[in-house]
Design a protein around this ligand. Structure first.
Ligand code: NAP
Ligand code: MG
Length: 438
């Protein structure tokens, strides 16, 4: 795959500036119609996109289908926005005061390799709906589905240059989004380390930025929970996408009274995760993204690490790593503090509600988490006390296109998805019109 240079990036941004003007000049209903057509083009290509993602990223075919469907859904959801980009009329003396939600111009979206399709769409769909053009840099390892989505945008009739996919290096193409004066906002998803440098770079031009960074989320299991369900689902809360998920519940906190029982139930659940060829419909977990990433994951589980039990993986080609459960671990062990981004989970006991909250919050991250209990009051108390953006009670589902998603603390800045995401791609303009002579 040819990589875009800095010069290619500058030319793409210049095309985006022109495309944005014509896009913004269209009637809101026409922009809405084109976004719906784009959604329908993605829908018609869903199976193709899904298989492309299996090749691209090693995602299981089941997950990849869901991810392609998510792109369609996100586009449909935000296609309603151009006609609902309301300002406000605010009562003032001597005239009429109105606010307008103005587009930012060109938005740069930088996407990681772990969920190439959804993460791209969470940026470009609301950005386009708000009247912006988008330049999108996929991760070097996973450009294929993003490129296909860019083709589908053109086939659906979006103006040339409105959504451009620029495969290339982070330090070249991504960095140019940060420094180019015609890019009004950068949406970055990836590591906390690179996210901090993007934020620092954007500060030079007071450029808008949304960051979705890492996580070290807690799955908190209270003694009064449905333990069978909590244990049966815990592996999928962390091993989905081979743990390469910023929302992975990679710390399991279990109330001491049921710790042994929970571990007894967790073991068969972990051994039951079907690890294998991602193109096999029955597969639940595929390989890791690259040899380099597997080495990084493996380094978190050195010889002598307290492996309680682990699953199996195929022996053929592929960057395999088995689902791995570590216990007992110390709260200060690196594996309990650092994001592994692989199929590794650490389990610790806790004493009471306060202890659970204290351990859950003992991290610089704050993206998601799960709470298992039958006590409604406790579910709400703990949900309010855990410092994270996306919590689920008796469930591990934390991302829906219709609800806000993002991190507390060093897990990010700003929110994606949900009813307010379009606002993050606009500036509020206030206009006062005098109705009285001075
Ligand atoms: P990364 O290095 O932060 O990369 C994410 C994206 O940013 C890629 O498109 C990357 O391009 C680009 N990039 C890298 N350096 C850049 C720079 N200086 N300026 C602008 N863009 C730049 O993340 P990664 O290496 O893919 O993954 C490393 C770790 O990040 C993971 O182990 C995990 O902890 C975390 N992560 C979190 C999420 C999340 O959803 N929150 C997603 C993925 C990764 P290249 O493709 O050229 O590197
Ligand atoms: Mg990197």
């Amino acid at each position: 795959m040819a990589m875009c240079t800095e010069d290619d990036t500058d030319q793409a941004i210049a095309r985006a500036v022109r495309a944005q003007r014509s896009w913004n000049a269209l009637a809101p209903a026409d922009r809405a119609r084109l976004l719906r057509r784009f959604a329908e083009a993605v829908d018609a290509d869903r199976e193709h996109l899904a298989w492309l993602e299996v090749q691209n990223s090693g995602h299981t075919i089941g997950n990849a289908r869901g991810e392609a469907g998510n792109v369609r859904d996100v586009l449909h959801y935000y296609s309603a926005a151009p006609e609902r980009l309301f300002g406000r009329q605010i009562p003032v003396a001597g005239g009429v005061n109105a606010t307008f939600q103005e587009p930012l111009g060109v938005v740069g979206v930088i996407v990681p390799w772990n969920f190439p399709m959804p993460i791209a769409a969470w940026g470009f769909a609301p950005a386009l709906a708000a009247g912006n053009a988008v330049v999108l840099k996929p991760a070097e390892l996973t450009p294929l589905t993003a490129i296909r989505i860019g083709e589908l945008a053109l086939e659906a009739g979006l103006p040339e240059g409105l959504l451009q996919v620029l495969p290339g290096q982070g330090a070249v193409v991504g960095q140019r989004f940060v420094t180019h004066p015609d890019v009004g906002k950068v949406v970055f998803t990836g590591s906390t380390q690179v996210g901090k440098s993007i934020m620092a770079g954007c500060s030079e031009q007071v450029k808008r930025v949304t960051l979705e960074l890492g996580g070290k989320s807690a799955n908190i299991v209270f003694a009064d929970a449905d333990l069978e369900r909590a244990a049966a689902t815990a592996p999928y809360g962390v091993f989905d996408n081979a743990g390469q998920d910023c929302c992975a519940r990679s710390r399991i906190l279990v109330q001491r009274a049921v710790y042994e029982r929970f571990m007894d139930l967790l073991e068969p659940a972990v051994r039951g995760v079907v690890v294998g060829d991602p193109s096999d419909e029955k597969t639940e977990m595929g390989p890791l993204i690259s040899a380099q990433h597997r080495a990084r994951v493996a380094a978190h589980v050195p010889d002598g690490a307290p492996v309680a039990f682990r699953g199996e993986h195929p022996s053929g080609p592929g960057f395999w790593y088995p689902p791995t459960v570590l216990a007992p671990v110390d709260l200060d062990d690196p594996v309990f503090a650092e994001e592994v981004f692989g199929p590794v989970v650490a389990v610790v006991p806790f004493d009471d509600e306060a202890d659970a909250v204290r351990i859950a919050n003992r991290t610089d991250y704050g993206l998601s988490g799960s709470i298992w209990t039958r006590d409604v009051g406790r579910a709400l108390r703990v949900s309010r006390a855990v410092q994270a953006g996306n919590l689920s009670v008796n469930s591990h589902a934390s991302v829906r296109y219709s609800t806000p998603f993002g991190g507390f603390k060093q897990s990010g800045l700003g929110r994606e998805l949900g009813p307010d995401a379009v606002d993050a791609f606009t500036e509020t303009k206030n206009v006062f019109i005098a109705t009285e002579p001075d």
